[in-house]
Design a protein around this ligand. Sequence first.
Ligand code: AMP
Length: 494
Amino acid sequence: MKFTELGLSPKVLTSVEAIGYADPTPIQQEAIPRVLERRDVLGIAQTGTGKTASFVLPMLTMLERGRARARMPRTLILEPTRELAAQVEESFNRYGANHKLNVALLIGGVSIADQLKKLDRGVDVLIATPGRLLDLFERGNLLLSGVEILVIDEADRMLDMGFIPDIERICKLLPFTRQTLFFSATMPPEIQRLADAFLSNPVRVEVSKPATAPVTVAQFLVSAGREPAEKRAVLRALLKQATDLTNAIVFCNRKRDVAILQRSLARHGFSAGALHGDMDQRSRMATLDDFRSDRITLLIASDVAARGLDIPAVSHIYNFDVPTHPEDYIHRIGRTGRAGRSGTSVTIATPLDRKYVGAIERLTGQPIDPLEIEAADEIAASRYGSRSRKSRADGDTPVKPEQTGASDGPRKPKRSNRRRSGGDESKRPAGNEDAPTHASEEAQEPAQDEPPRRPRDERPRRNRSKTKVEDNQTPFGLSEHVPQFLLRPVRPAS
Ligand code: AMP
């Protein structure tokens, strides 16, 4: 099927041709004619399938008639993250190069005054994250009664981030007669309920089974011990052995770990930038820009920050942490192998991750192939503390701790280790990247870079039966946080 057969306007076809798309992708073939018929659409598609153009192109065609009025946007697109919202804005600018439409972005972290100015001039397309939209609505800066088309994008991620109540509120503020286009990569029951409530007799367009791993991505699994320093060493070895790596996204489960890993990689001479939810909008955009324009090779990111990013030519994905929600695995590896290109994903798994790997394999219906670390023997031989090498089955590939990083010395046992078995990933607060996503995480990462520590057997031993300080003994009850003066040898009074 050709773009010319979909019913798009000549202006839109001209820009599609200028961009160089030969044929519509499956979701575009299915969705575009339906959107143009003004039907509600329930699109089940992951990013990388061309779903953005599947709503942007027909919207451009439909927006050619009519004009915007002050503070009354004609169409509204809801995105879960600022980056995604900015990306959709970019798509409008790209695909709408021949249109003179006013597109406004309402996202947190940027000046509200500029956003208000745009709204006052009247916008054809308003792209927003739910929080900022409701904020401006409540201040009376915005009227939603003129919205003709509503797009809810990445609905399952909205669910993960706790935005569903906001979405429900927003939907109730819009005219009943609007057209709704609803996209989600997966359809958990909560999302189905939302779709049932807010779509009217929708056409269901499904381009691949929910949670299908892209076939163009070669997937591998590498075993590592659970110490963060070991995992970092494994990651460095993997990065060095990947001769075909042009750029990569490295995913961590928590934003705190993103920062730690980025600093560690930078110290080891890798060109790496960080992307996580705690960064201000400007730094996020700057990092993304650096990555897109190859000024940095590695993007260390959390799920929330990286969701749906359109970076067309990523060669590798590394899961520094195994995602605890198997759907996140699909989304992560979907960042590579896009638009028919091939890609590689490597997941570093510790023995504690076995059940999460199992869940991923069940969801994708295929086992993930093991990958050998080329430097494994060398790493094992020089590994600090000479822990014996174990089989892949128990997942502990010995590695040498980093010598240069302050945070990478041998670790003290953490208090949180003792709580490991009590964790419950299902209790993770929605949208909180910093909440541990499984029980082992808290134990895995240092709260901050720690100074190099003495080898274990040189360190003071703990004597739980005594409270007084003796040579080489740590007072019981202070955990590891013992003031230095208490550790000095006690000289008996002469
Ligand atoms: P999306 O799923 O919307 O994130 O799009 C993924 C990538 O596919 C983007 O880089 C688009 O530029 C690209 N793309 C979208 N439609 C087409 C098409 N018909 N042919 C080739 N590439 C496309």
